[in-house]
Write a protein that binds this ligand. Structure first.
Ligand code: SAM
Length: 290
């Protein structure tokens, strides 16, 4: 069965972006183009869409979907942390809207060979950018016990981080940890009781953040993005865990050229969460360039 990523808070994000025909919009996490397909329709043939993703597979899937609608778009394989450089290379100075829908797509999560999921046995990879050098396996097999504990504690908010790091180091003395299942079993061995959430959830989140430099990329992006927005134009960011949401909230409050459109975070409607459980942790924040 073909996996398709369902865009999260599609209607809300497009409404807040306030798109008009002829606009230039940047989708910083184009993924499979779920948001961008609708953006391309709304900007019309005089508009211009710029799509960025770290993942080349995602870009080629997005290209196939977008090409059916129009050809007034460009796709760039890069991190959104380099947004200013991406726009400079395209000779675009200012844009009318920016959207970033963070994290990974269903496609990445469900492909065992990408190594993001503890539910599927695959190589312990977790790279969004398949050309990057550092995989989760490299980190798990080479960092010191205290470096691993810090990553699992800070990026996973995992209170058993020290014990998990110790178990990883003990295991890898016998054998390198190469697969998602091996790591998931090591983490499970530390937990005495299983709750509703899989014990490996937080450790996998932590390693994914570290492998992809996610929080540093987000901080740099949030500094650059407001500077390339036209006055009165908006930035919409959807995040899926509290570490990201805190960074976005702080960046919007502290930026003197931004005005927050909603003080309270926007969450998906109940019907959306029922139809698409992946949306349950989504939080959207919107700001406007002054
Ligand atoms: C949740 S998905 C986006 C889905 C998309 N909105 C859709 O509806 O099809 C997140 C995407 O962002 C990409 N991504 C995450 N961090 C990135 C970064 N720093 N720079 C560029 N792309 C990134 C991932 O590779 C993934 O394809």
């Amino acid at each position: 069965m073909e996996i398709i990523h369902t865009p999260v808070m599609l209607n809300e994000s497009l409404e807040y972006l306030n798109i008009k025909p002829g606009d230039t919009i940047v989708d910083c996490t184009i993924g499979e183009g779920g948001h961008s397909v609708e953006i391309l329709k709304r900007i019309g043939e005089r508009g211009f869409l710029i799509g960025i993703d770290k993942d080349e597979d995602a870009l080629s899937r997005a290209r196939n979907r977008l090409s059916v609608i129009g050809n007034n778009f460009v796709l760039v394989h890069n991190t959104f942390a380099d947004l200013s450089d991406v726009l400079k290379d395209l000779s675009v100075k200012q844009v009318h809207g920016i959207i970033a829908d963070l994290g990974i797509s269903s496609l990445q999560l469900h492909k065992a060979e990408r190594g993001f999921s503890f539910m599927k046995d695959g190589p312990l990879d977790m790279r969004m950018n398949q050309k990057a050098v550092i995989t989760a396996s490299v980190l798990v097999n080479s960092l010191t016990e205290s470096e691993l504990a810090d990553i699992i504690y800070y990026y996973g908010e995992e209170h058993l981080a020290r014990r998990i790091a110790k178990a990883i180091v003990a295991y890898r003395k016998k054998k390198r940890i190469e697969t998602t299942s091996e790591l998931a079993h090591v983490v499970e061995s530390v937990y005495k009781r299983r709750g509703r959430i899989n014990p490996a959830t937080k450790t996998f989140q932590a390693l994914r953040i570290a492998v992809n430099n996610e929080l540093n990329d987000l901080e740099k992006f949030l500094k650059e993005a407001p500077l390339v927005l036209n006055k009165g134009s908006r930035i919409v960011v959807i995040s899926y865990h509290s570490l990201e949401d805190r960074i976005i909230k702080r960046a919007f409050i502290n930026n003197p050229v931004l005005k927050r459109i909603n003080k309270k975070v926007i969450v998906p409607a109940r019907e959306e969460v029922i139809a698409n459980p992946r949306a349950r942790s989504a939080k959207m924040r919107v700001a406007e360039r002054l």
